[in-house]
Design a protein around this ligand. Structure first.
Ligand code: IMP
Ligand code: MG
Length: 348
């Protein structure tokens, strides 16, 4: 099937941008599509030594793929304009390659100031909870209500996504091949995450169906995790006295790509990872940043025993830990076909 999904399995920042870039390079897709989140996301990609961060625009733009910001995304037009200018300054063509759903809800200055002035859970301050509140309270403003806020783009950039995709099918007699890029991750999902320390969208793979695409057009579902965990926000996630975790934060350069905040670090929770692979129907799992763990030279995971108590298990080497993780995942979930470990920032 022609469309693949890339989805985060932890708390965002798992390295989805890198995998989208890796897949986009193969030139097998017609469109790269975002289906959730908004300016709260930060997808980092390295091209050679150059670090490029996208927030609202799908990362496929960097490889010249036509990009779509989907119906359920929250759109900040001011930040979008700035993001386009920054990418174009870096010689990345955006204006002729970007489509935006007419159903996206606009994030306003008021949403942002309300978010920043009442920020108990440690949001990114992008107005996400506030725009979501207005959307579900049915008082929001969609792109179709005021397209002039996007007057820096050609008029034809604003589309009805499902009609656009049906037209593609009618004209080509083939399903559009979509590279579908999730934002945030399972632990931040409004339903499945650790409520209230979550974002205000669904971050799981199946939410991409709200783009108006047929379920039967989905092929591979790439789940992205790190071999340790990070989280940005107000809850207590990292044992402050644990020297290994402090080292992981420094060696792994764990600072937010959107806000610059330090990311709290913890050991991989294998029980949560298995659940996340299950709910997201992952077919291909990528576990990133193995090089960082190797440098810190400490190999531990949390895994829940039969009494539901999370235990910390230690391994002698990275390889021993990887073999254990792979076998537990493959044995627990029948549809995971491959578990890949990455030890570099550019690829798998
Ligand atoms: P919001 O999405 O800005 O409302 O923030 C809600 C929670 O999700 C906070 O803990 C944020 O730090 C976190 N969050 C939102 N987007 C991202 C992301 O792209 N990466 C990592 N954490 C995120
Ligand atoms: Mg990020």
């Amino acid at each position: 099937m022609p469309s693949d999904i890339v989805v985060g399995l932890q708390y965002g920042d798992e390295g989805k941008g890198k995998i989208v870039n890796f897949l986009a390079e193969r030139n097998e897709y017609d469109y790269c599509v975002r289906y959730n989140g908004g300016a709260n996301a930060g997808h980092t990609i390295y091209i050679g030594d150059k670090k490029i961060v996208t927030h609202q625009i799908p990362s496929g733009i960097i490889r010249g793929i036509i990009c779509i910001i989907g119906d359920n995304c929250y759109l900040d037009p001011v930040k979008l304009k700035a993001e386009i200018e920054l990418l174009e300054k870096n010689n990345i063509e955006v204006k002729t390659k970007l489509y935006i759903s007419n159903k996206c809800h606009y994030i306003s200055h008021k949403h942002i100031s309300d978010d920043c002035s009442n920020n108990i859970i440690g949001t990114t301050g992008s107005g996400i909870g506030n725009v979501a509140r207005d959307k579900y309270f049915r008082i929001g403003m969609r792109v179709s209500n005021n397209p002039s806020l996007l007057d820096f783009l050609p008029k034809s950039s604003i589309i009805d996504v499902s009609e656009f995709l049906i037209n593609h099918y009618t004209n080509n007699l083939a399903f559009p091949r979509l590279l579908i890029e999730g934002a945030q991750g399972f632990g931040l999902d409004i339903t499945h995450g650790d409520y209230p320390y979550v974002t205000s969208s669904h971050c799981i793979s199946t939410d991409c169906l709200n783009l108006g695409i047929p379920l039967s057009s989905i092929g591979k579902i790439w789940g992205i995790a790190k071999i340790y965990e990070t989280y940005v926000g107000s809850k207590n996630f990292q044992d402050e006295n644990d020297k290994i975790l402090q080292q992981l934060q420094i060696v792994g350069e764990e600072f937010g790509s959107t806000t610059g905040r330090p990311r709290q670090c913890n050991y991989l929770n294998l029980t949560n990872l298995i659940k996340s692979c299950w709910v997201n129907n992952i077919t291909h799992l990528v576990i990133n940043k193995c090089d960082i763990l190797e440098k810190v030279n400490d190999f531990r995971i949390y895994y829940t025993n039969n009494n539901n108590i999370p235990l910390l298990i230690s391994f002698q080497s990275l390889l021993e830990m990887q073999i254990y993780i792979r076998s537990q995942i493959i044995n627990s979930i029948p549809f995971v076909k491959d578990v890949l470990f990455s030890d570099n920032p550019n690829g798998i």
